[in-house]
Design a protein around this ligand. Structure first.
Ligand code: NAI
Length: 303
């Protein structure tokens, strides 16, 4: 009989080689923390030039960590040397394949079907999806038990929480093994249920949704609400600052997914304001058009 996909639980040591598919914001961060923790990591992307760019950026970040004294120079050199460019064929020699490609079910399913065809049964498959169902992504596989959600947050090296999200058919051993890997990266794993938004994007949505309701009802301005969030609730940024940082193009679809995933629970009803701003291209910091484009925290009431 074949062993379950999650055998020994000794942190990063049981994952010596990884493939990260998708060399965007998240793939870069994931590759960085893996390489620093000792995992040989191959980056793969469909866009020509994306991987070379990603590796140069991650090596630059690792070098800066060494300059700041956060990493010994020899460790930084070793980490930089663990990053490689490759194609999906690298999956054949990998213990772990994690994807951080576009947030589209069809793309992720096609990708994993291809990965499955290239890997033996012991390679662990992980998805960094933020709002799709892990169960749905795994459903097309011959061995859905070897796929698990591993949801990092942006920026990966700084955001220490990582959601470990087993799908309906994920092998229980895999959850322990990926949790041990997350700990070995210096992060904190939290096991969550495969529901829309998982845990963080569900809990976090509550404040954003309520803040938009206050704005829509003209009870307070974004600046006032952010001020309260910082000075009274003690958050590092208010809900509108967070919308601006994340970008409405990213937040709005997640808000819709959480709402529909819970059968239109009125508590989770999205604000039309967000949809309107998305349609108008008022995305946030990425194009200088956020709720808080002025950056001030002390706007007068009613402005
Ligand atoms: P991004 O747009 O920065 O990067 C995606 C990369 O994937 C691009 O370089 C693209 O060329 C590549 N790609 C697309 N299809 C591909 C395929 N079939 N094979 C190989 N490469 C492919 O996106 P980002 O922000 O890094 O997000 C990636 C994933 O991570 C998404 O599923 C997203 O929902 C999730 N996520 C994003 C967070 C964020 O704050 N940006 C936070 C947590 C999860």
């Amino acid at each position: 009989a074949e062993a379950a996909p999650g055998a020994p639980a000794d942190g990063a040591a049981s994952f010596r080689r990884a493939v990260v598919v998708g060399a965007g914001a998240m793939g870069r961060g994931i590759a960085q923390v893996l390489a620093v923790a000792g995992v040989h990591t191959t980056l793969v992307d469909v866009r020509p030039g994306a991987v070379a760019e990603a590796i140069a950026e991650v090596r630059g970040r690792i070098a800066r960590l060494a300059e700041k004294g956060a990493l010994a120079p020899s460790d930084a050199r070793a980490a930089a040397g663990r990053l490689a460019e490759g194609g999906l064929e690298a999956a054949a020699a990998a213990d772990l394949v994690i994807e951080a490609v576009v947030e589209e079910l069809r793309v992720k399913r096609e990708l994993f079907a291809e990965v499955e065809a290239r890997t033996g049964p012991h390679t662990v498959l992980a998805t960094n999806t933020s709002s799709l169902s892990v169960t749905d992504i795994a459903a097309g596989l011959r061995r859905p038990e070897r796929l698990c959600g591993l949801h990092f947050f942006n920026p990966v090296p700084l955001m220490k929480l990582v959601e470990v999200v087993p799908g309906e058919r994920t092998a229980p051993e895999l959850v322990d093994r990926l949790g041990a890997l997350v700990s070995a990266l210096g992060h904190t794993p939290v096991r969550v249920i495969d529901t829309a938004g998982f845990l963080v994007n569900h809990v976090g949505r509550a404040l954003g949704t309520e803040a938009l309701r206050l704005l829509d009802e003209r009870i307070a301005t974004p600046a006032q609400i952010d001020l309260v969030a910082r000075s009274v609730l003690g958050l590092r940024m208010g809900p509108f600052e967070l919308f601006d940082l994340t970008g409405v193009d990213v937040s709005q679809p997640v808000t819709e997914n959480v709402y529909h995933g819970f059968y239109q629970d009125p508590r989770l009803r999205p604000s039309p304001t967000l949809r309107r701003r998305l349609a108008a291209g008022l995305l946030g910091r990425k194009n200088g058009t956020g709720f808080r484009a002025d950056g001030s925290l002390d706007a007068a009431p009613g402005d």
